[in-house]
Design a protein around this ligand. Structure first.
Ligand SMILES: Cc1ncc(COP(=O)(O)O)c(C=O)c1O
Length: 383
């Protein structure tokens, strides 16, 4: 019998929730108008768009006019970082504070700004991946226009002290953006309690479709658009809206949030199962991240002495889909920038595998993954 492959890479992308799929079909077949059209077909689609915007805003404690639909998390991050700084930089220059472990959607947008003369401070993290609010305070300058710190890390799951950072910024003019791509739909996220001004999210991380996301922009904040064309999204993002995607994203977010506590129970079980099974088989590992303050569905483990590319291939042969670092940098032999910021360029940073759980993951899947790790390491003569 052919073994069913086991998908433990939900931090890279997720299967679309069946309800989201079903909800979308209608908006690709019957209700397909352009939401900007004045006729019946357009009005029907506009209604779906408005409902989607309202539901998504409500889910994060925002108002509908504060939601800008984008083509995913990268675009939302770029719009926040580049769009805000380009609009608000002064002739004398501008300063941005961010962090070494951000996703490339933020880091590469910042590099683009640096090439254009913007000064960027990248805060370090401790060995669990945490940035400190005090460090943000220390680096604040009169010309700091933006602080961008992610809510939860995609490689380790570490959750940053967003509320504490927003308190530090309370008396400063800098606006606060958070990349919440890994957090939305996986933990309670409320823009008011977090105290953020902009927040990026992406549907395919919470069982919505690929290529759709949103940026929350606090009312009153202006941005220079990245795309030029029609006046969609209140002139903040030109282009015909992806109505089916928005309907799918709304449905997926609603399902994720209503199933949150049940899923958390499963992820706790998966975490326990993985570690216990590895312990039982005598596998040597180090846990990366902050288990006390991290996403339950992400587990990053280093297997000392292992060649990670070889281990990934062996696991794939065993039918286990996991990743090393983030999917966007997979295929490169460079160690993860996240783990390097936490542990330096060490064996620990180079020998890490991310297991990430999601819709449909069971304790049995994780048990099988642990067995496959044991078998692979033995085959690689690391154990
Ligand atoms: C933390 C984080 N930010 C941004 C992104 C980019 O999102 P998207 O794939 O929707 O462009 C990802 C996806 O891997 C991510 O994990």
């Amino acid at each position: 019998m052919v073994k069913q492959p086991i998908y433990l890479d939900h931090a890279a992308t997720t299967p679309v929730h069946p309800d989201a799929c079903e909800a979308m079909i209608q908006y690709m077949t019957e209700v397909f108008g352009n939401p900007s059209s004045v006729h019946h077909f357009g009005r029907e689609t506009r209604k779906a768009l408005d409902e989607g915007r309202t539901a998504i805003a409500r889910a994060i404690g925002a108002s509908p006019d504060e939601i800008v639909f984008t083509g995913g998390g990268t675009e939302a991050d770029n719009l926040a970082v580049i769009g805000y700084v380009q609009k608000h930089r002064k002739p004398g220059g501008a300063h941005v504070i961010s962090c070494a472990t951000e996703h490339h959607g933020v880091l590469h947008a910042l590099e683009e700004l640096e090439r254009d003369g913007v000064d960027v401070t990248y805060l370090p993290v401790d060995e669990k991946g945490n940035v400190s609010a005090a460090a943000v305070q220390d680096e604040l300058r009169d010309d700091t226009v933006l602080v961008s710190i992610m809510t939860a890390n995609n490689e380790t799951g570490t959750i940053q002290p967003i509320r504490a950072i927003s308190e530090v910024l309370a008396d400063h003019a800098a606006v606060f953006h958070t990349d919440a791509v890994q957090a939305v739909g996986k933990m309670p996220v409320n823009v008011e309690s977090l105290g953020v001004d902009m927040l990026a999210s992406s549907a395919h991380k919470f069982n919505g479709p690929n290529g759709i996301g949103f940026l929350y922009v606090r009312r009153g904040i202006t941005l220079k658009p990245l795309l030029h064309g029609g006046s969609q999204e209140s002139r903040r993002r030109a282009g015909t809206e992806n109505t089916a995607g928005i309907v799918g994203m709304k449905t997926a977010l609603e399902r994720s949030l209503s199933e949150l506590s049940d899923r958390e129970e499963t992820y706790r079980l998966c975490r326990r199962t993985l570690l216990e099974a590895l312990d039982e088989s005598g596998v040597d590992y180090l846990q990366n991240g902050d288990p006390e303050n991290g996403l339950l569905q992400v587990m990053n483990l280093s297997f000392p002495g292992a060649d990670v590319e070889q281990l990934l291939m062996n696991l794939d042969l065993e039918g286990i889909a996991v990743s090393s670092g983030s999917a966007c940098t997979a295929g490169s032999v460079e160690p993860s920038h996240v783990l390097t910021a936490m542990h330096g360029d060490t064996d620990r940073s180079r020998a890490a595998i991310r297991f990430s759980f999601g819709l449909g993951t069971t304790g049995d899947d994780v048990q099988k993954a642990a067995t496959a790790v044991d078998k692979s390491l033995a085959r690689m003569k690391v154990k």
